[in-house]
Design a protein. Structure first.
Length: 583
């Protein structure tokens, strides 16, 4: 039997799991709208059903990664009432609370699904289909533990907010998950970082990684650091922390709903307009905010690692997209190992919810070590698209060797291989690759292909056995989710993938994770002596990663990418930079 799960919100997604290979995809990959915030994930749901050849009537249950019954039985209303008594409220907060209560009510969830299935595909939702509900942070936690081999783990889920929780700490002792500590709304590290993101001129729930990238360039004064502590301050017990609502929610919001006018005034900056110059003052604000979040995460983790002695620490929730903070947890808390799934944000909660359902019903959880969960594209279909588009291509005897040669000669290569990877990081299914020895290749990728800001580093894929050569702390990080300091050898040999702060956010590649990709990097190593490549996602700035071969070809035709590899097929530009005509 199979279960289906879907998430609505920022980065909506759907997955299916059970007695069949797990399928998963984010809505943005299918509707081509970055993040697809609050789009109902109907395309993702239909894609999962179609790829799995499962009918709705065959499903055992639909698992919703949110504790909806809390919204209909009065518990959430009472929680909000207590919150408002304790912290005061304003009309925007009351509206947000009311919207949540109606949106997450079980009847509303079911009705949205029923209506979207009917409108999109003419499918009736079976009236007897069972719904089960998994609390949001439980779903986050299971999305991490279903990917590890260790039986005993400390799990931190840190995000904007779930139903009531913003930060939760769990002890995983297979197959049980137990809550050991938490911080509720309004003490949200996700909301804090979202406020800073908007203050320095980006969009919340989108530009946080840019703030993290900027932070590596900043040197905030003591006064900015102290001011930041007034907004987000650690408690006396060494683990608690408090977010002062008067800087975030309670008060006038002239510039952004994410922070009040008190915040820029306290930090001595005017909110940065999106197109304004990036002044040093904003970079310093980013650095101070990053340091504040890192300190709190390190404090919490250190405390519970010392108390529970886990075999591994799992980080999940949207804040765990912050690879620099994850790196600090790895090196400063005594954690023996760290695991961050490639989808720690809300998009991964359907996978976690289905794993939680399995654990609760005494079944094997889906094995989430495999991250290639998107639809499959047959070589025959790809070849047909190449022929239809009239694009010259070849099918080399050894496509890996041919690709490695082109990479070694400085070509930028788009690499489309098999089922797409879950999450926001390219892990070798939809990647743009380049020579990590060459800052010129990195500049071409950044400026011409991706048009990214100068402070955003490119990440490498590094063969597992080469990681100790290039990373100061080379513990397992297969998803580019943990930053580590670069070694002297890295500075000498792969300068194109080192960030300004001296860190590398590597995909540590084990052969079993993706055999063909691993062989490609090995071929490059045979040619150059370097067991690493620039590996960045196959998309233009502001767009989702490509999903289909046709989308990949369209990107190839409209950018300065030199070579595209689609499964066994190789497509090259004619050497003088002309775009392909895909019309
Ligand atoms: Fe979340």
């Amino acid at each position: 039997m199979a279960t289906l799960s879907f998430y609505e919100g920022v980065n909506p997604s759907a997955g299916i799991s059970g007695d069949l290979p797990t399928q998963f995809i984010e809505e943005e990959r299918l509707n081509r709208i970055k993040h697809s915030a609050w789009h109902f994930p109907i395309r993702a749901i239909l894609s999962c059903l179609q790829t799995s050849a499962v009918e709705l009537g065959d499903l055992e249950a639909i698992i919703y990664p949110w504790d909806s019954p809390m919204y209909s039985d009065g518990r959430l209303s009472r929680f909000y009432a207590d919150l408002n008594r304790q912290y005061g409220s304003d009309s925007e907060t009351l509206q947000w609370q009311q919207a949540n209560i109606s949106r997450f009510d079980p009847g509303s969830v079911k009705e949205r699904l029923r209506r979207e299935l009917l409108r999109e595909a003419g499918i009736e939702l079976p009236s007897n289909l069972r719904f089960a509900y998994v609390p949001h942070h439980v779903a986050h936690a299971f999305s991490a533990v279903a990917g590890i081999e260790q039986a005993r783990a400390l799990v931190l889920a840190i995000d904007g907010s779930g139903e009531t929780l913003c930060t939760s700490v769990w002890l995983w002792e297979h197959p049980e998950l137990r809550l050991i500590w938490s911080r509720p709304i309004p003490h949200s590290l996700g909301w804090f970082y979202a406020a800073i993101t908007e203050l320095v001129g980006f969009d919340a729930y989108d530009g946080e990684y840019k703030v993290m990238g900027l932070a590596g360039l900043g040197t905030p004064s003591q006064s900015v650091v102290k001011s930041m502590q007034m907004v987000l301050h650690p408690g006396d017990d060494g683990i608690s922390y408090f977010l002062d609502r008067s800087y975030i929610h309670a008060g006038a919001h002239s510039f952004s709903t994410r922070f009040t006018d008190k915040l820029p005034s306290l930090l001595g900056v005017t909110p940065r307009a999106r197109r304004a110059r990036m002044e040093d003052a904003y970079i310093d604000v980013a650095a101070a905010a990053q340091a504040a979040v890192e300190r709190i995460l390190v404090n919490i983790c250190k405390h519970f690692v010392s108390r529970y002695r886990p075999e591994i620490v799992c980080l999940t929730g949207g804040v765990a997209m912050n690879v620099k903070a994850n790196g600090a947890v790895l090196t400063e808390t005594g954690a023996p190992a760290i695991w961050v799934p490639p989808y720690p944000n809300d998009s991964g909660t359907p996978l976690g919810a289905m794993a939680a359902y399995c654990a609760a019903t005494g079944r094997l959880m889906p094995d989430l070590r495999n991250v290639f969960l998107g639809p499959y594209y047959d070589d025959g279909v790809i070849e047909k698209q190449l022929i239809t588009a009239g694009i010259p291509y070849s099918r080399p005897h050894d496509v890996l060797q041919e690709t490695a040669k082109r990479l070694a000669s400085g070509n930028v290569v788009a690499w489309f291989h098999g089922r797409s990877e879950a999450g926001q990081r390219a892990l070798g299914a939809r990647s743009i690759l380049g020579d990590p020895r060459s800052p010129a290749v990195a500049a071409r990728v950044n400026n011409v292909v991706k048009r990214r800001e100068r402070w955003r580093p490119l990440c490498p894929v590094i063969l597992e056995e080469q990681c100790t050569r290039y990373l100061v702390d080379a513990r397992v990080s297969p998803h580019m989710m943990v930053a580590a300091n670069a070694t002297a050898e890295a500075s000498a040999e792969i300068p194109a993938v080192i960030h300004a702060d001296g860190s590398i956010r590597a995909q540590m590649l084990r052969p079993d994770d993706n055999p063909e990709f691993s062989q490609l990097v090995s071929c490059f190593k045979e040619l150059t002596g370097i067991g690493a490549l620039i590996n960045t996602s196959m998309n233009r700035a502001g767009q989702p990663m490509v999903e289909t071969a046709l989308e990949a070809l369209e990107l190839f035709g409209s950018t300065a990418i030199d070579v595209m590899v689609l499964g066994p097929f190789l497509v090259e530009k004619n050497g003088n930079g002309h775009s392909l005509d895909l019309s």
